[in-house]
Design a protein around this ligand. Sequence first.
Ligand code: AMP
Ligand code: ZN
Length: 464
Amino acid sequence: MKLNLYNSLKRNKQEFKPIKTGAVGLYTCGPTVYNFAHIGNLRTYIFEDILKRVLIYNDYTVRHVMNITDVGHLTGDRDMGEDKMEKGAAREGKSAWDIADFYARAFKKDIADLNILEPDIWVKATDTIPEQIDLVKALEKKGFTYRTADGIYFDTSKFKAYTKLSHQNLEALQEGARVERNPEKRNPTDFALWKLSPPSSSRQMEWDSPWGVGFPGWHLECSAMSMKFLGDQQDIHCGGTDHIDVHHTNEIAQSEAATGKPFFNFWMHGAFLIIQGGKKMAKSEGNFLTLENAFLNNSINPLVFRFASFLTHYRKPMEYGDEGVEAARNGLRHLQNQVRQLSAADAEVSDFIHIDFKNKFLETINDDLNMPRAMAVIQEMLKSDIRDTEKRATILDFDRVLGLKLDQLDKERALPDAVQKLVDARIKAREAKDFAASDELRAEIEMLGYQVQDAKDGMKVVKK
Ligand code: AMP
Ligand code: ZN
């Protein structure tokens, strides 16, 4: 079946065809590890995970590369401001290397908690410095670079297709960018390929280069790493929509200028998560919610966030608030219970995937990853009059895309309605910090023959 994906480069949905039959090269811009990932970042990684799972569901082999930005990302995307890693290090009184290591680990835990498939290749920017230097040398040789007091810059006026992804009006952009203009830049859109360490001080992260001691520009790493592991010309490159105007635009410019070939055929971008009331979430604003403080610490299964993100199409802003979390929590619980009831049915009979529902599901996910509609197809299937064994086989097949671990729900945990009601009430009581009520509800649950175990990621209720 055709797989149609929205390509930001063409600004429309296009049939996806990889360069090599049956195999896809996928690059997703990874975290800058100077702080925890916030749930906005995580929304983007969930979107990318769905994309990857849909490709796999369509029988493609996927080679997925994700970078870890541990150097070079400044607080302003256009080479201005402080270095995010050194800022994080100063805030915590640790070295930039320790900070990078700590937050990279935290990130890997987040994606495991969200059941996001790990990339085939993780690569740290600091592990590809020679490749990044080679790329600058290639650009220098072709005449795309110039030197200023603080580094080597890419001359965007020499790359004619500079706005092919952003579709920006360059003149308006140049006007707007003038405020923060570095007077030595030839054009406001020019960007640093290599930044020199300040002459008077040394940095924690710096390397020797043909131009002097310094560090690579942020955009450079993604070009060098994707070329190293996927080749000069590849299939799909992703990130959040904020990457379109600067980061991905600059990656395309420097990569295509160096190789003379189109860099990636498809560019896909996830819309932002916004806090209800219209506020943007950003690490730099210091107002961010993490998986830990918004979910785990409140005894909410992180897969609730995964489920919540299916309810808004990835190209639409996702509003985040308590009501949405509550709805997703109920939605996931309902789905789990529906599946549990199926597993309680005759598990001995061999299972068949219901082909009409499978095709319907495939049609929706292949329509630019339409997860909200896919969730409706799932309910339609579960409420249909096909056999329970078929329902079970079909939902478990769909879970290859959903990633909700529906195969791990064992029969034991299917609670009778009366117990489930008490459990729900106790979760609410605990949220409201009403511990007296919570204790009372525990006693009532125990009277029905169940034992309550409070755990970090929620409450476990088992038969005594
Ligand atoms: P960063 O760690 O800041 O480089 O961002 C990691 C990823 O999260 C990138 O793909 C960003 O585009 C994306 N991102 C940043 N903020 C948000 C947000 N509020 N909602 C969704 N994605 C975001
Ligand atoms: Zn990137």
